[in-house]
Design a protein around this ligand. Structure first.
Ligand code: 4AD
Ligand code: MG
Length: 468
């Protein structure tokens, strides 16, 4: 077979010009379908660069019948052929094959994606193969674009990317749902004299866990670089089997010195609108596919969010609205309760019909680091609530006053020895500052219109599931 430079299928489909026609090109990819008759075969070939496949037209008179039999759905081939204008609908170029090499066959009997239209539940069981479907190709390209968009937004706005640790000795959110990191023998751990597990003998000489958030370390960097962000995997061992929770998920957390809660809200709104706009401008083929296949209102919803102001109100006002709503919620509402997804979605989808930013939550349902309001009851928390998702961002202004922070740490029973370094920022050159965490997979859920968080991360980790 003649060796040619490989063309990317996206480039051929999107940017082929008149003068490119009638040249011999090479494409490599995976066969999505093969159909035809005894004279001609039409192969839809996809290399993942774009949702669309390129059509390969094979004049069977010129090809070995035995080789053609190897070309089935899922097989991987390399094709040389003439790029020509397509007479078929939906594409403007196709390839008339002159040479074909089969890299890898996919036995039609055993290849699980032989047929189209598998359920998303079934595809979760073959997470190692599902990137080969149109749906997961689309989701993974959008996910990439959103990760890139995040870095681009911050870079263009003067933020610095801080790599915060994954193994930590502190519990940022105080929720206690952490995965322990240890090299101790689980059956026979070293014990102290009074029979407790002796972490002093563990790898780090203390108890360590996988991080639930990079915030505390990001705050340290913001006290020097002013505008910073982290973006990495975070881990929560809570046993929540819901369509919106993962045990391992990615979180993006900006932290800005001198920002108060108002600027924090402005940043969150500007940032998330930027990302959705970025998706609309750069991922339209994939979004159109997802819109048509899964969620007919997806594009409308994305445009709506970009073009409308978010509603901003205090938790106390939201509780008022919920209590007067006449709705019968599964979890009853009263001042002081943590809002459930059903409450958040009522506010967003029914009452305001737009994204909502709630602030000033009761201090008892929020983390120790949030700035305390003068009322002694609430803290300067900020959650951004989205249609179909509920909470997509959680954040706050931080308590910058040393004494107030220390008090709260004592009140909540957090060992001071675990956070002495965090307290130091309030001892040396403290400053007002704010930040938030965007749940990356929740963003991808919103942007793709997918309904289950397990379908927007390549290899989901949930209770009882870490197969791949
Ligand atoms: O509200 P959370 O717990 O906030 C923090 O961790 C803060 N330290 C962030 C900060 O201020 N820098 O989590 C932030 C976001 C949530 O709004 C949600 O979108 C997402 O992370 N999230 C999850 N996503 C998937 N699975 C889970 N188990 C999640 N828990 C939180
Ligand atoms: Mg939260």
């Amino acid at each position: 077979m003649e060796i040619l430079n490989r063309s990317i299928i996206k480039d051929l489909l999107k940017s082929a010009k008149k003068e490119d026609l009638d040249h011999i090109v090479n494409v490599k990819g995976w066969v999505r379908t093969k159909r035809g008759n005894k004279n001609v075969a039409f192969i839809a070939l996809n290399d993942g660069s774009i949702i669309h496949s390129i059509q390969i037209v094979v004049d069977l008179a010129n090809f070995d019948e035995e080789v053609m039999k190897l070309i089935t759905t899922g097989s991987c081939i390399s094709v040389n052929g003439k790029l020509v204008e397509s007479m078929g609908q939906g594409q403007h170029v196709e390839i008339q094959a002159t040479e074909i090499h089969v890299y890898g066959t996919a036995d039609a009997e055993s290849y699980p994606l032989q047929k189209k239209g598998h359920s998303l539940e079934f595809l979760r069981e073959i997470a190692h193969l599902r990137p080969r479907t149109n749906t997961f190709g689309a989701v993974l390209r959008v996910r990439h674009a959103m990760a890139y968009g995040i870095h681009k937004y911050y870079n263009d706005n003067g933020f610095f990317y801080i790599h915060t640790p994954i193994i930590t000795g502190s519990d940022a959110e105080g929720a206690g749902a952490m995965f322990r990191v240890t090299t101790m023998d689980a059956k026979n751990p070293p014990l102290t004299e009074d029979g407790k597990v002796n972490y002093a003998e563990d790898f780090f000489g203390k108890e360590t866990n996988l991080t639930v958030s990079g915030q505390l370390e990001a705050e340290l960097a913001a006290m020097s670089l002013t505008k910073v962000y982290t973006f990495g995997p975070t881990f929560r061992a809570e046993n929540s089997n819901t369509p919106r929770h993962l045990a391992e998920f990615w979180m993006n957390e900006p932290e800005v010195a001198f920002n108060e809660i108002k600027e924090n809200m402005d940043l969150a709104e500007d940032f998330i609108k930027y990302l959705i706009k970025y998706a609309l401008e750069n991922c339209m083929d994939d979004l159109q596919f997802l819109n048509d296949m899964y969620d007919k209102e997806l594009l409308e919803r994305l445009n709506f969010v970009v073009n409308n102001d978010f509603m901003r109100l205090a938790y106390t006002e939201a509780i008022d609205i919920l209590m007067k709503s006449g709705q019968s919620f599964e979890f009853p509402v009263s001042w002081g309760v943590d809002l459930q997804s059903e409450h958040e979605r009522y506010l967003v989808e029914k009452h305001f019909q737009k994204p909502v930013i709630l602030t000033d939550y009761p201090k008892d349902i929020k983390a120790f680091y949030m700035k305390q309001n003068d009322d002694g009851k609430t803290v300067r928390a900020m959650d951004v609530l989205f249609p179909k998702i509920g909470e997509i961002i959680g954040g706050s202004q931080r308590e910058e006053n040393y004494d107030k922070l220390l008090n709260r740490i004592h009140e909540m029973g957090i060992p001071e020895k675990d956070v002495w370094w965090y307290l130091d920022t309030r001892r040396f050159g403290t400053a007002p500052h704010s930040g938030f965490g965007l749940g990356f997979e929740r963003l991808i859920l919103f942007v793709t219109g997918m309904a289950n968080i397990r379908d927007v991360i390549p290899f989901p980790r949930t209770p009882m599931n870490a197969e791949f």
